[in-house]
Write a protein of this length. Structure first.
Lengths: 339, 168
């Protein structure tokens, strides 16, 4: 049995989802993969929870459930996450903090420090990966370490794994898709529910699909960051966030959505990657098109030279759904570790 | 020979599809696939996508025969050389489309090879932003592309949001 020691950065929705799934799946992972995952540190913005023998994740989750912070637990240490990386022995860093798209921080700094200290990295942080893609990949390569980020683009949908493992002989000509569930939810409500933009956005916020500040979603920033990651990782481009031509959905009216519907179309926020170009913007999608998907789902259509059209539909976000991609990356690394 | 795809809406009753397939076969086209989109059945009509191989001339003849039979093609595409076929592009303009001189905007698109096939306007009130859905057709891909580039520039200049069709 391999014992893999792990540092977790961020204990928000994704971080707690990670802990919950580990509690549920530890036995399954041990049996099926011969790996025991031990979380030895959780880094938060104001300190770290450290236990070299393995953190009691159930207790940590319970504390947060009670509305308290991790600093109420006895293993809490007043140290920065970078200090924890340097002080605590671990194999893999799981970085799931939300970062700023302009700087990529704090996530990019944590990834960099982890790699410099010899840790493999799994990240769901699209802003960190998109803003410093080449630099971080270069560092990982130089250090001969894994840097995997399946969860950073497409959440629970296996996009990079699909391209890497399943369509290896194909040349991927283009990718296009819905990479943001919040906007898909809003546009669906405007189409099927006849809501105006503001009402649909408010409903998305009430259901927890949209943040209180929905800028990243509705202005296309979230989808653009993911498009950069997919373009660079899958199609070998060297794009930056500033290379993406972005139009959000703020200007779309209920009347326009209904007019599109009347003429056999849905309006969707679509990311298009191909011909060396990246764009995110509202598009007319025929009613019978595979990307005309409902609710807050995501979908990506790959066009390849052998397999032709391949469409993946799934949950692009969510504290639990994203874990499918995070654990896939972790187990991929675990298989390669000689412990 | 080109790879052709048409979408038609058929009454959901026996014999309807065979009428269409007869026309395709009689024109010498090579049938590839038929997809019924039953989940999208509306007002008793089911969208059907038919893919086949045909020359541009055969395609034109199939189109004409379907029209004669009262079967409307709702979408069509053909790979490779365009021949006599018309390429189409749909778009929506959102904003003060009427106030910013809709005629001027539309004329931006039209030229010898490009024409407006249909126009659908939604006007909530005189002061509110309006929406215009249009379909244009062109004799060749280059003409269509430059028409859309002209439209893009005009929309930007007039502060209108232009939404075009997805690439595939």
């Amino acid at each position: 049995m391999k014992r893999v020691r792990l540092l977790l950065f961020g204990f928000g929705v994704i971080g707690r989802g990670f802990a919950q799934v580990l509690l549920e799946k530890q036995a399954h992972i041990q049996k099926r993969h011969g790996v025991k995952i031990i979380v030895v540190g959780i880094g938060e913005h104001n300190g770290c929870l450290v236990d070299e023998n393995g953190i009691d994740l159930k207790a940590a989750l319970e504390v947060r459930k009670q509305g308290k912070w991790l600093d109420t637990l006895v293993q809490w240490k007043k140290m920065t996450s970078v200090e924890m990386i340097e002080a605590v022995h671990a194999d893999i860093a799981v970085e799931v903090v939300p970062s700023d798209i302009r700087t990529g921080n704090p996530g990019a700094e944590l990834i960099e420090a982890s790699l410099k200290n010899g840790l493999h990295v799994v990240s769901s942080d699209k802003c960190a990966i998109a803003s410093r893609f080449s630099e971080l990949r270069g560092l990982a390569s130089k250090k001969n370490l894994w840097l995997l980020y399946e969860a950073a683009a497409g959440g629970g949908m296996p996009l990079m794994n699909l391209a890497r493992e399943c369509i290896q002989a194909d040349r991927i000509i283009s990718m296009e898709g819905i990479l943001n569930g919040t906007t898909n939810y809003i546009l669906n409500k405007m189409s099927k529910g006849g809501m105006d933009f503001e009402t649909a956005l408010r409903e998305a916020q009430e259901l927890g699909y949209a943040e209180a500040n929905p800028t990243y979603d509705i202005d296309g920033i979230d989808a653009a960051a993911k498009a950069v990651i997919l373009a660079n990782d899958i199609m070998g481009m060297e794009k930056k966030f500033s290379d993406v031509e972005i139009t959000g959905i703020r200007g779309i009216t209920k009347e326009a959505v209904q007019l599109a519907k009347k003429n056999g179309y849905a309006i969707k926020l679509i990311a298009e990657i191909g011909d060396g170009r990246l764009s995110v913007g509202p598009k007319l999608v025929p009613e019978n098109h595979p990307l005309n998907i409902e609710s807050n789902l995501n979908a990506v259509l790959f066009k390849t030279d052998i397999g032709k059209d391949i469409t993946i539909i799934g949950r692009g976000a969510g504290g639990r759904e994203t874990q499918s991609a995070i654990y896939s990356d972790i187990l991929r690394i675990c298989k390669s570790l000689d412990l | 020979m080109e790879e052709c795809k048409i979408e038609i809406k058929l009454e959901d009753r026996p014999g309807e599809l065979s009428r269409v397939l007869d026309i395709i076969a009689k024109n010498g086209a090579n049938l590839f696939s038929i997809s019924h989109l039953r989940e999208q059945k509306r007002e008793g009509r089911v969208p059907v996508i038919i893919q086949f191989q045909a020359t541009g001339k055969q395609f034109g003849s199939i189109e004409k025969s379907l029209e004669t039979e009262g079967i409307e093609i709702t979408r069509k595409s053909i790979s490779g050389a365009v021949g006599q076929l018309q390429l189409t592009q749909e778009f929506i303009l959102i904003g003060h489309v009427i106030d910013t001189d809709i005629r001027d905007t539309i004329y931006t698109v039209c030229d010898r090879d490009v024409m407006i096939k249909s126009l659908d306007i939604s006007l909530k009130s005189l002061k509110a932003p309006s929406s215009v859905f249009a379909e244009i057709s062109a004799g060749n891909a280059g003409a269509l592309e430059s028409a859309m580039e002209r439209l893009k520039k005009t929309a930007k200049k007039k502060g209108l949001l232009l939404i075009t069709g997805i690439q595939t």
